[in-house]
Design a protein around this ligand. Structure first.
Ligand SMILES: Cc1cc2nc3c(=O)[nH]c(=O)nc-3n(C[C@H](O)[C@H](O)[C@H](O)COP(=O)(O)OP(=O)(O)OC[C@H]3O[C@@H](n4cnc5c(N)ncnc54)[C@H](O)[C@@H]3O)c2cc1C
Length: 369
């Protein structure tokens, strides 16, 4: 029998599976579609919360742990799978972020070496910048991960493992716990049984838990992105201005993100979002006007109150767990989030206090997604 069943093969489910097979635990991953093709594929891959000083301690604790882990994780995966997830330690430049003193205080308390740049210094670093600015804050330690490659690399690694079974295009319909404590999962007519199960179903987690009578405030929040393939080196760092950002990949491509839309499970892309993102991209880097858009896509973030993920036992269940609700930060938080999940599943010393993520811990008001 499988030790641990994982429902959902996004970055959280796949990285959790890697954590567990490395401990010789047998796992099975069940996903309703192709593995890794939902929010985790759609995201930008910035390895930091966007305006980190605005986040609560529980999000910061996981982000700090994960930021330390990312460079090694990417290097290990490149060797293990033959697919390099291309961690790009390019730094992030924030243009005119409001509340300079608060940012510098936060950075000092959290030991982040940020630098205040004059407009002239910012332009010397990124000469393609077109918008006027007063100052910039430079975060040299922030990188980005090429998330589609991260997912392909995780999948390739897991396919090679004797400890992992994968069921794609297998939608989980119901979950039960037997008297002996085993968890049964019914998925397209198949029954899969394991000692424990973890729901890592991203934006769909609220639906799955709701069917079990467990109310969890996770809701889909759509985000749209564009990608350009300009000349290599047009920009070298990530650039963030008024909530929109440009992300350079190692091959020179530039992503533009993103929107934040409460449109339920609708994953359509829209003309309005395309125009909004183009307008921002052209304002930041006018040379992009002459570069065609290579692709436009959207994904559904697992929105949760204040972006604090739910990590722990599902209330009322002995062997069913949840690891979901990472909202805008699932890629950055993933390594820490899954390590904490592993700690709880295997009764290890936790890397951080698990209390704030426990599904039973009351959350700050749930209308604040
Ligand atoms: C436009 C955009 C930009 C983003 N940018 C960033 C960023 O720069 N940095 C960052 O850290 N984060 C970013 N994010 C957020 C990040 O992508 C998400 O928080 C993260 O991917 C969530 O991962 P997940 O594994 O929980 O969910 P998902 O990747 O959505 O995976 C959930 C999986 O569960 C499966 N599933 C659902 N229901 C069932 C079922 N009933 N049975 C079986 N399987 C099921 C789905 O098919 C899916 O594969 C961004 C997101 C978007 C959309």
């Amino acid at each position: 029998m499988t030790d641990i069943l994982i429902v959902g093969g996004g970055v959280i489910g796949l990285l959790l599976a890697r954590e567990l097979v490395k401990q010789s635990i047998s796992v099975a991953i069940v996903d309703s579609g192709e593995l890794g093709r939902e929010a985790s594929w759609a995201g930008g891959g910035i390895v930091s919360p966007l305006y980190p000083w605005n986040y609560s301690k529980p999000v910061t604790a996981l982000a700090n742990w994960a930021q330390q882990a990312y460079p090694n994780l990417a290097a290990e995966l490149a060797v293990e799978s033959g697919i390099d997830p291309e961690f790009n330690p390019c730094g992030l430049m924030m243009l005119d972020p409001p509340g300079k003193d608060r940012i510098l205080d936060w950075a000092s308390v959290n030991q982040k070496a940020v630098q205040l740049l004059s407009a002239q210094q910012a332009l010397a670093k990124e000469s393609a910048l077109g918008c006027g600015l007063d100052y910039a804050v430079w975060w040299p330690h922030i990188g980005n991960i090429r998330n589609p490659r991260l997912l392909r690399s995780l999948y390739a690694y897991l396919k090679m493992s004797d400890h992992c079974k994968v069921y794609s295009h297998t939608e989980v319909e119901s979950i039960r716990e037997s008297k002996s404590g085993q968890v049964d999962i019914i998925a397209v007519g198949k029954k899969l049984t394991a000692s424990k199960a973890v729901i890592c179903a991203g934006a769909w987690t609220g639906k799955l838990l709701g069917a079990l009578g467990v109310d969890t405030p996770i809701q889909p929040v759509r985000g749209q992105m564009l990608i350009f393939e300009p000349r290599p080196g047009l920009i070298n760092s990530m650039i963030l201005h008024q909530g929109r950002y440009l992300i350079p990949r190692l091959d020179g491509r530039i992503l533009v993100g993103s929107t934040l839309e409460y449109t339920g499970f609708d994953k359509a892309t829209t003309k309005e979002a395309r125009e909004l993102l183009l307008e921002q991209a052209f304002k930041l880097v006018p040379e992009l006007r002459s570069v065609p858009v290579e692709a436009h896509w959207s994904g559904l973030r697992p929105g949760s109150p204040h972006g604090i993920p739910f990590i722990g036992k599902v209330p009322g269940w002995s062997n069913l767990y949840v690891n979901a609700g990472h909202f805008r930060n699932g890629l950055v938080l993933a390594p820490a989030s899954v390590r904490l999940m592993r700690n709880l599943l295997l009764n290890e010393e936790p890397i951080v206090d698990p209390g704030p993520y426990d599904p039973l811990t009351p959350r700050p008001s749930s209308d604040m997604f």
